[in-house]
Write a protein that binds this ligand. Structure first.
Ligand code: HEM
Length: 457
């Protein structure tokens, strides 16, 4: 069966249909138009985009499909000393080893141990917003990026970027931004052009060097202390895999950088989109505030407990609904282990197939006629229980699904709850949601004002 898709032009195929900076959103629009499996052509190469439930049911079958390491991940991984969890091939023995060593660090129990550190950083955001003059604007995405980066660095390695106390970015963060931007730029450039851009290459290499030496410094310092600690770094230094082997230092460096990138880019987008929706849906914000007042109380000087966070079901619904419409890692890639079919279409072994969760999450046959609307009721308990198993995939799938899922959700619930406990969020009525696409998606130009609730701050 031929796979439907938009008609292409000679040589460039559909390249011009996918404008720079809007590729993912355009792909999602095209997928909803052309169907649950779509074929597009870019510069002579065929790409396959899956967005229907039947396709996801196949692609999530671990006995027939595995992760495909796509180009942006490849660029990122090949710059690191070793590939790191996120960008390794599934058969890589270092992935298996690191996965086994790190899994306990992401258990519910371990993540609860990070709560006081998460509150430490969240308090810095609260203080910043409390000290604003009436009407002063908040750059939500920038502040949420400061927050999530500082949180993963503190919980992961006991390191403080102190992003709320700086006017400019920490040199490590600057280097990380250069690395990510270069990874994205290379997506649209043929290899000879990439190699000819000497200045960009030098900047990229210098950034990677700065990141690896900074992290190696943190590792050396920890090694020199008596207590390895039970954060991510402590577990990587002390932990062993199932064969009793420790992780080599250069792999620990790669994993640390991986966590800093994977651990902040996505969660900051989630929190920023959620704040946007709360500023636009007063009825949802009021219900969130009522839940938080009931569960956490109305005194913001009393820090939330883990037990209370577990009872914030409506806050969780808001976050899930946000991830449905804007899964901040909007797609992942799979490849068939052998020749097989996906939703009835035939594919040969190894063919990369994009699982576009952003389009899956907007299918009317799963989510109803209001699939494009923000409504946390899409995740009300009775509707959630009735969802097909592969209908909601913001964290990927199978053995290569997000290891930081619980970490991200705990952090996001905590921060959103602390925000609505203290503030009313007032959006700019003239603002149309705009999205910046890079390795993840985030709101762009989102400026709001925050008003302390009846003398609570
Ligand atoms: C993998 C999404 C937060 C660390 C993934 C994947 C997705 C994802 C879709 C699979 C990628 C693929 O198949 O290619 C998200 C979202 C997050 C989030 C939406 C927040 C809302 C985090 C956090 C951490 C983290 C907080 C670390 C603390 C990782 C790692 C992997 C991964 C290490 C690779 C796992 C492996 O292949 O073994 N994430 N993530 N993520 N994520 Fe997350």
């Amino acid at each position: 069966r031929p796979i439907p898709g938009p008609p292409g032009r000679p040589f460039v195929g559909n390249l011009l249909d996918l404008p720079r900076g809007r590729m993912i959103r355009t792909m999602a629009d095209l997928a909803l138009r052309y169907g649950p499996m779509m074929q597009i052509n870019v510069l002579g190469g065929d790409r396959y985009v899956a967005s229907g439930l039947e396709m996801f049911d196949d692609l999530c079958d671990e006995s027939r499909f595995a992760k495909f390491v796509a180009r942006p991940q490849h660029v990122l991984g090949s710059a690191l000393p070793t590939r790191g969890l996120f960008t390794s091939e599934s058969g890589d023995p270092l992935w298996k080893s690191a996965h086994e060593v790190l899994l306990p660090a992401f258990s519910m129990r371990s993540i609860r141990g990070y709560t006081p550190l998460m509150i430490d950083i969240a308090d810095q955001l609260m203080l910043k917003w409390e000290r604003l003059n009436p009407g002063e604007l908040v750059d939500v995405t920038a502040d949420m990026t400061r927050l999530t980066l500082d949180t993963i660095a503190l919980c992961g390695f006991g390191y403080r970027f102190n992003s709320f106390y700086r006017d400019s970015r920490h040199p490590f963060v600057e280097a990380m931004m250069v690395m990510l931007a270069e990874g994205q730029a290379r997506l649209r450039l043929p290899d000879p052009v990439v190699k000819a851009r000497r200045r960009a290459l030098r900047r990229f290499d210098a950034s990677v060097e700065l990141m690896t030496t900074t992290v190696q410094g943190i590792i050396d310092e920890r090694r020199g202390s008596d207590d390895p600690g039970d954060d991510l770094l402590g577990r990587m230094l002390a932990g062993v895999d199932k064969d009793g082997k420790r992780l080599p230092d250069r792999d620990i460096v790669s994993q640390c950088i991986t966590f800093l990138i994977a651990g902040h880019e996505t969660t900051s987008g989630l929190l920023a989109f959620a704040v946007h929706y709360l500023s636009r849906h007063p009825e949802v914000a009021r219900r969130a505030q009522a839940e938080v007042d009931e569960v956490l109380g109305t005194d913001p000087t009393v820090p939330p407990t883990d037990a209370q966070l577990g009872r914030l079901t409506y806050i969780s619904q808001i976050l899930e609904e946000t991830l449905r419409l804007w899964p901040t890692a909007p797609a992942f890639f799979r490849r068939p282990l052998e020749d097989t079919t996906v939703g009835g279409y035939e594919f040969t072994a190894g063919t990369p197939i994009m699982a576009l969760s952003m389009a899956l999450h907007r299918q009317k046959d799963i989510w109803g006629a209001d699939a494009e609307e923000f409504d946390p009721e899409h995740f009300a308990a009775e509707r959630r229980d009735g969802l097909p198993p592969n209908a909601f995939k913001p964290f990927g799938t199978g053995a290569r699904a997000c290891i930081g899922r619980q970490f991200a959700l705990q952090e996001a619930v905590l921060v959103l709850a602390m925000v609505v406990q203290r503030f009313d969020l007032i959006g700019d009525p003239g603002y149309e949601l705009d999205v910046r696409e890079s390795i993840t998606i985030k709101p762009q130009g989102l400026m709001i004002t925050v008003r302390p609730r009846d003398g609570r701050t």
